[in-house]
Design a protein around this ligand. Structure first.
Ligand code: GMT
Length: 377
C-alpha cells in the first residue's frame, strides 16, 4: 500500500468554486488518511467538521509603516516554507497561479531538497490575468516551475497554452462534487415558500461579477415568464447585485423574483429549482452547473469556456452563444413546458454527474498526480 502523504494546500479560502474544490479535495484526501495542512489567510469556508488529519496554518501579514501595500505574497511564501519544514510536508498543492504558484516557487527555494509543488489552474488567473502583458512572464514562470500543473477543463488548457506559449504537460482534472452531499434533496415544502405548485422555478447562483452576465438571466426570465408561470430565485451577492435589483424593479418583475443572498447549503437550495441559468461571458468550468447537475437540475447557459465539457447540449441542458437571450429563453420555455423531456434531462444529469464528475474518480486522479511527482508510482 502506498505511503500516506503530508500535503500543504493553499487556495483563496473564501472565494467561489476554486476555494470549494480545494477545500473539498483536502477533506477527501484527509478521509483517505493523508495529513492535510491548509496554509491560507483564513479558515476555508467549507471546512466543516473536525477531522484529526486536517490542520490550519494562518498566514499573517506584516503591516509595517514603510509598506504602502502589506506584502501578503511574501508572508505566504515564508509561511509555506516554514510549515513545509516543521511538518515535514511531502508537497504543496496550490490553487491559482497568481499569486499562489509564484509563492510556492519562492517557498521551494527556501525549503530546498527538491521539494515538490502542484498547481491547479482555475481560470481567472489565465483568462483575465494572463491577458495583462506585465504579468505574463510571472505566470509563465510559476506554471513552468511547478512539478505538475492541472487545469479544470480542456478549454482552459488550450487557452493557457495559447496565451502563455506553454508547452509543458498539463493534466486535465475536472472539478467534482461529493455525491454524499450533492443529490436531489426533498425540497417541496421549502419551495412552497417561493412558488405556487403550478409555477416553474428558475435559479441563478453566482458571485454577481460582470462576467456572470446576470442581466441576461433577468432577460431570459422575463421572456420565459411571459409564456409560462414561473419564479426566479437569485442566490449569492457581488458587485452587480444592486444594478440587477434596479433592473428587476424597472421591468416590473419584483413579484416574481426572490433574492436569497449567500447560501451555505447549496445542494438544498438548488434542489428547489427546475432549471439553472448560467449565461456567463467566461467560465473555465462552471462548478455551479455541476452542483445543479448532481441534484438533477439541468442548465441553460452560454457555450463559453469549459461549460460545453460539462453540460451536454440537448441531454443535460442547452447551450447558446454568449448573449443569445432569445435562444436561451426559447430552450428554457421548451424544457419547462414538456414534463417528459424535463424528466429525461433530470435522469441524464444524475447519470452524468455520478459517472463523470464524482468525487472518487477525481480524487484518485489528484492522488495519482501526487504520487507521480514524488516518484512513488
Ligand atoms: O469566477 C468565479 O466565479 C470565481 C472563480 C473561483 O476562483 O472560484 O471561478 C473559477 O474557478 C471555478 C472552480 O474551478 C470554475 O468553476 C469557474 O468557472 C472559474 N471562473 C471563471 O473561469 C470565470
Amino acid at each position: 500500500m502506498a505511503r500516506k502523504l503530508k500535503i500543504g494546500i493553499t487556495c483563496y479560502p473564501t472565494l467561489g468554486g476554486s476555494g470549494v474544490v480545494a477545500t473539498e479535495l483536502g477533506k477527501l484526501m484527509a478521509e483517505r488518511g493523508h495529513e492535510i495542512h491548509f496554509i491560507t489567510h483564513s479558515i476555508p469556508f467549507r471546512l466543516g467538521k473536525f477531522n484529526k488529519n486536517i490542520f490550519f496554518h494562518e498566514v499573517e501579514v506584516n503591516d509595517y509603516y514603510v509598506f504602502r501595500y502589506p506584502p501578503y505574497d511574501l508572508s505566504l511564501a515564508s509561511k509555506m516554507a516554514q510549515v513545509a519544514k516543521m511538518e515535514k510536508l511531502d508537497l504543496l498543492h496550490v490553487h491559482y497561479a497568481v499569486p499562489h504558484a509564484v509563492c510556492a516557487h519562492l517557498a521551494k527555494q527556501m525549503i530546498g531538497d527538491g521539494f515538490k509543488t502542484v498547481t491547479t489552474l482555475h481560470g481567472t488567473d489565465i483568462t483575465v490575468l494572463a491577458q495583462d502583458e506585465s504579468l505574463k512572464d510571472l505566470i509563465r514562470l510559476a506554471i513552468n516551475e511547478s512539478d505538475a500543473v492541472t487545469a479544470v477543463s480542456q478549454d482552459l488548457i488550450n487557452e493557457t497554452r495559447q496565451l502563455l506559449d506553454i508547452t509543458r504537460p498539463i493534466d486535465l482534472t475536472y472539478n467534482f462534487v461529493d455525491k454524499r452531499v450533492y443529490y436531489p434533496r426533498e425540497a417541496a415544502s421549502l419551495r412552497a415558500d417561493y412558488a405556487e405548485p403550478h409555477e416553474k422555478v428558475l435559479m441563478h447562483i453566482s458571485n454577481f461579477r460582470p462576467v456572470k452576465r446576470v442581466s441576461d438571466v433577468v432577460e431570459i426570465f422575463e421572456r420565459v415568464s411571459s409564456k409560462i408561470p414561473a419564479k426566479l430565485m437569485l442566490v449569492g451577492e457581488g458587485p452587480e447585485l444592486s444594478k440587477i435589483q434596479c433592473k428587476i424593479r424597472q421591468m416590473g418583475l419584483e413579484d416574481r423574483v426572490h433574492f436569497l443572498g449567500k447560501q451555505e447549503d447549496v445542494a438544498q437550495v438548488i434542489s428547489m429549482a427546475d432549471l439553472l441559468l448560467l449565461p456567463s461571458e467566461k467560465e473555465s468550468f462552471g462548478l455551479v452547473a455541476l452542483e445543479a447537475m448532481a441534484c438533477g437540475v439541468p442548465t441553460i447557459g452560454s457555450n463559453a469556456g469549459g461549460i460545453p465539457e460539462l453540460v451536454t447540449h440537448g441531454e443535460t441542458g442547452y447551450l447558446c452563444p454568449i448573449g443569445d437571450v432569445e435562444g436561451m429563453a426559447h430552450y428554457a420555455t421548451q424544457l419547462l413546458s414538456d414534463e417528459k423531456l424535463h424528466e429525461s434531462f433530470k435522469e441524464a444529469c444524475l447519470f452524468r454527474a455520478r459517472n463523470e464528475f464524482c468525487n472518487d474518480v477525481i480524487t484518485n486522479q489528484y492522488e495519482q498526480i501526487y504520487y507521480r511527482v514524488l516518484g512513488m508510482e
